[in-house]
Design a protein around this ligand. Sequence first.
Ligand SMILES: [Zn+2]
Ligand SMILES: [Zn+2]
Length: 440
Amino acid sequence: MGWFPEYFWFSVIIALLLSSDSSNYKSWALESHLGSETELRVREMLESAREAEFFDWLKSVRRRIHEYPELAFEEHKTSQLIRDELDSLGVEYTWPVAKTGVVATIGSGDPPLFSLRADMDALPIQESGHWEHKSKVNGKMHACGHDAHTTMLLGAARLLQNSRNNLKGTVKLVFQPGEEGHAGAYHVLEEGALEGVEGIFGLHVLPAMFVGTIGSRPGPVMAGAGRFLAVVQGVGGHAAAPHKTRDPIIAVSMAIVALQQIVSRETDPLEARVVSVGFIEGGQAENVIPERVKFGGTFRFLTSEGFSYLQQRIKEIIGTQAAVYHCTAKVDFMEEKRRPYGPTFNDPSMYKHAKRIGEILLGDNRVQLVPMSMGAEDFSFYGQKMPAAFFFLGIRNETADSIKELHTPYFAIDEAALPIGAALHAAVATAYLDSHAQTQ
Ligand SMILES: [Zn+2]
Ligand SMILES: [Zn+2]
């Protein structure tokens, strides 16, 4: 996952200034539809996860994963660590799921079935920060916090396993490979690992939000994303005799400028879409017109119409602009290799449920409405199959230096967020089973 707007955390600060700690826990008891027993158990989960021994264990798990980051579908060591921890907790699991993934099962084995998801993969980034547990693998780093996500889901496994006799249904905990551009979620679903599951919850750390806060929004929360790769073929030649060539550099230049009109001239200004070209490759010498030029980029959208419209127009515009300059073009959307992600959509009632649990755990003013982001997440694949909620977990702390953006070499987290994430996962699942078992 990537990118949130800069104005984001200003709005977070304003929200914190306007609210006060003293209002924590005031109103939940009256408003909530959850039973008081459920609420008590939910709060006990956070207390347990914050106990010294539990917290130390969470930190040690996260640090071990952080030291050995692995890229998409290569998460063998991480997968082994997850299975070892589940074994020592006495939790059953299925493995391998989507190559390296693990799906653990806790509870009665009967419906309702609820799922929690964490991603496991790292990024091809060299870690630049200096701390005791920095990455020991050159050129790889957990710079998107997936080490923390996996740790928090193991934390949830421990909390749920401790209260398994009181679970009114079954929780499936998905340790998912290949989130960073490889659609691991799609493969988990393809393998049928979540058959019969009624709802799912996922968390992502966010350096824009202060530790101790969480946030999300109902409806679309993150954009869908596709990629394209274009090759424009011309006729190369001496740069001093351009009339004897078919110049692909001019054709590509015009195509890139023309692509910008899709958003600025063809899209409703109130609908969010993005078309960005990220690279161009072509030519080697100042005095030679090359045979061909390659370029590529990403496009973002919030609806399936947006997706097909952008795809169609990107293809048309590149092809037409190439033809204007007597060149030809091939546009590849790489849908098999790099499957496009749909927009991440929060089911309104699942959002409300997770928000309520967050308010019980942290206090009303610590659960915030976040702005949408044009970043993308493969959690969206789950949302296409079942009611889903995706929340952000604050990790920002100036003292812990956890203020750097996701996907950067200095990215760091405040580990005080780990017990919160573990308890939130476990509590959202427990309370879901409680309320759905009651109505069944
Ligand atoms: Zn990411
Ligand atoms: Zn991520």
